[in-house]
Design a protein around this ligand. Structure first.
Ligand SMILES: NC(=O)c1ccc[n+]([C@@H]2O[C@H](COP(=O)([O-])OP(=O)(O)OC[C@H]3O[C@@H](n4cnc5c(N)ncnc54)[C@H](OP(=O)(O)O)[C@@H]3O)[C@@H](O)[C@H]2O)c1
Length: 90
C-alpha cells in the first residue's frame, strides 16, 4: 500500500494512542488529521506533533499533521480511526 495516498482521521486523536498513531502515520507519509471535541485542543496537539516531526524530518515525513473537530477530521479523511476510551466508543 502506498501510504502517501492515505488520508487518516483520528477521532479523539488528542490522547496518547491518537498522538502515537498520528506521528507514525505522518512519518510514513500519510496525511493525518487530529480530531477532537474541542478545536483548540486539536490545534494544540497538532502543533506539538508537528514540532516533533520538524525536529526529526526525513524524506518520508512530507505531510504535516492537520487538525479539526471530530466531524471535520472524519469528513476530510478516507479512513477514520476511533482513539477514544473504549467506554465512549459507541
Ligand atoms: N494509551 C495507550 O498506550 C493505549 C494502548 C493500547 C490501546 N489503547 C486504547 O486506545 C484508546 C484510547 O486510549 P488513550 O490512552 O489515548 O485515551 P485517552 O487519552 O483517555 O482519551 C483519548 C481522547 O478521547 C477523547 N474523549 C475522552 N472522553 C470522551 C468522550 N466521552 N467522548 C468523546 N471523546 C472522548 C478525548 O479527546 P478530546 O477531549 O480532544 O475530544 C481524549 O483526548 C482506549 O480504548 C485505550 O484502551 C491505548
Amino acid at each position: 500500500m502506498d501510504t502517501d495516498e492515505l488520508e487518516v482521521g483520528l477521532i479523539g486523536g488528542t490522547g496518547e494512542e491518537g498522538r502515537g498513531l498520528a506521528l507514525r502515520w505522518a512519518r510514513a507519509g500519510a496525511h493525518v488529521t487530529i480530531g477532537s471535541r474541542a478545536l483548540e485542543k486539536a490545534k494544540a496537539t497538532a502543533d506539538e506533533l508537528n514540532h516533533i516531526l520538524e525536529a526529526h524530518a526525513d524524506e518520508r515525513a512530507g505531510h504535516w499533521i492537520d487538525f479539526g473537530e471530530n466531524r471535520d477530521a472524519s469528513a476530510a479523511s478516507e479512513f477514520s480511526l476511533l482513539t477514544v476510551p473504549f467506554a465512549y466508543a459507541a
